[in-house]
Ligand binder design. Structure first.
Ligand SMILES: Cc1cc2nc3c(=O)[nH]c(=O)nc-3n(C[C@H](O)[C@H](O)[C@H](O)COP(=O)(O)OP(=O)(O)OC[C@H]3O[C@@H](n4cnc5c(N)ncnc54)[C@H](O)[C@@H]3O)c2cc1C
Length: 385
């Protein structure tokens, strides 16, 4: 029997315990407070640490629990079901930590990973700059070696969660002034409170709880051992880390999209017009049938990608497809959910508008839909430049 869609008993247990923890802490009122004030979901993050969720995807040698990629996807979908930012708080720490595990020195693994897994620090990622978005290789932020230090100058933008307490920014910068970016970038671990750093929170439509920041670096000095792994190898580290980041985002989109469909479905069963529930009008019923079908299809793409990654296969195509389809599905079902809820979908008291706002970012972040299509088409042998 070559195909098996079932989770193991342990994975079912994991999903149920994550769901129970979320239902206890991430109540609808809590989610609204985090979005509207806006505020970082600290209570939830503490619960992740306490439950060992951060340890889950790491090997036992660094204090982890040795969980699989599928376990990670199970957790990510549950968190995304409540709020994409609740997943972002978790997932960004995990994929940056895994990058250190795979690319850092032994001393770096032993120093940083226990701190991360025990919740003593958090991690964010800074790649994007005002002049370097989809074209990440065009980044200009520079790192110059000065004795036992590196001196960093430049500006990043859209650094999500950079302002969180005890955050360590995973910063990609040019460590060689000249040469192709593939051989000129390095990855640095920089405490967000280091002198010379200024953070400015951006006012965004959605994803407001973690917040996304402009980060200015003005002669920021970091010790030489803050450079992860080897100098000038950052581009390769970045690309390898992006695979898990995109898988995580796809899992979060499936969770968010399912939550939007659940809200719309419950509303369609409840709301009466012309003496009947609106869900009994074929126009609405078919819309909901299409929405659930799209969500299930995005979940299938997600699971296949996770399964390939777990088996150590090249999962680039599958991950890009899962990210592309998952993001567009979340944005589409949130949009259709608004339509199903009529005027009530448009007011802040109902949660559909938050899905609509959060989902709108998904086709832009972690590589736009156009860039995913470029990548997929490239793997199909088409040149899209
Ligand atoms: C809420 C949010 C959170 C984010 N979090 C982070 C983070 O934590 N860390 C981080 O480093 N970055 C983060 N980003 C940045 C994000 O990754 C970038 O916004 C994204 O990569 C696109 O870059 P850009 O905004 O500069 O758009 P551009 O690259 O300028 O693109 C503009 C448009 O042109 C299209 N385009 C560009 N090049 C091509 C091409 N070759 N072919 C076809 N179309 C093309 C794009 O698809 C897009 O539609 C975040 C962004 C947002 C909105």
């Amino acid at each position: 029997m070559p195909i098996d869609f079932a989770f193991t008993e342990e994975q079912n247990l994991l999903r149920d315990s994550v769901r129970a923890m979320l239902d206890r802490i991430a109540t609808p009122a809590y989610i609204r407070r985090c979005d509207q004030e806006p505020r970082y979901p600290s209570e939830l993050y503490d619960a992740y640490v306490e439950m060992g969720l951060l340890r889950m995807p790491f090997p036992e040698s660094v204090g982890g629990l040795g969980g699989s990629v599928i376990d990670f996807v199970v957790i990510a979908e549950e968190l995304g079901r409540k709020s994409y930012d609740f997943l972002g708080a978790y997932g960004t720490c995990v994929f940056n930590g895994l990058n250190i595990l795979h690319n850092g020195t032994e001393a770096q693994r032993q120093h940083w990973l226990p701190r991360l897994l025990e919740g003593r620090i958090k991690m964010s990622i800074s790649m994007t700059e005002p002049g370097a978005g989809s074209d990440a290789g065009a980044m200009r932020t520079s790192a110059r070696r000065d004795g036992e230090h590196w001196v960093i100058n430049g500006q990043k933008v859209f650094s999500t969660g950079a302002g969180a307490e005890r955050n360590v920014i995973n910063l990609y910068a040019r460590s060689k002034p000249e040469g192709p970016h593939q051989e000129a970038l390095s990855l640095f671990l920089v405490d967000k409170d280091t002198p010379g750093i200024t953070l400015r929170k951006l006012d965004t439509l959605g994803r407001r709880s973690l917040g996304t920041y402009e980060v200015f670096f003005d002669d920021v000095r970091v010790p030489a051992d803050r450079l992860v792994g080897e100098p000038h190898k950052g581009w390769g580290y970045m690309l390898s880390g992006l695979q898990l980041e995109r898988l995580m985002t796809a899992a979060g989109y499936a969770g968010g999209a399912q939550a939007a469909v659940d809200l719309a479905l419950a509303y369609a069963k409840e709301r009466q017009q012309f003496g009947k529930p609106i869900g009994s009008f074929q126009a609405i019923a078919h819309m909901l049938a299409d929405m659930q079908t799209a969500v299930d299809a995005s979940r299938m793409l997600l699971w296949r990608a996770a399964w390939q990654l777990e088996r150590g296969e090249d999962a680039l195509m599958a991950i890009s497809q899962a990210k592309l389809f998952g993001s567009e599905t979340y944005a589409n079902v949130a949009n259709q959910g608004m339509q199903i809820m009529g005027g009530y979908g448009y007011i802040m008291e109902f949660d559909m508008q938050r899905h609509y706002r959060d989902a709108r970012a998904t086709t832009i972040t972690a590589g736009t839909s156009q860039m995913q299509r470029n990548l997929i088409a490239g793997l199909m042998g088409l040149k899209t430049k």
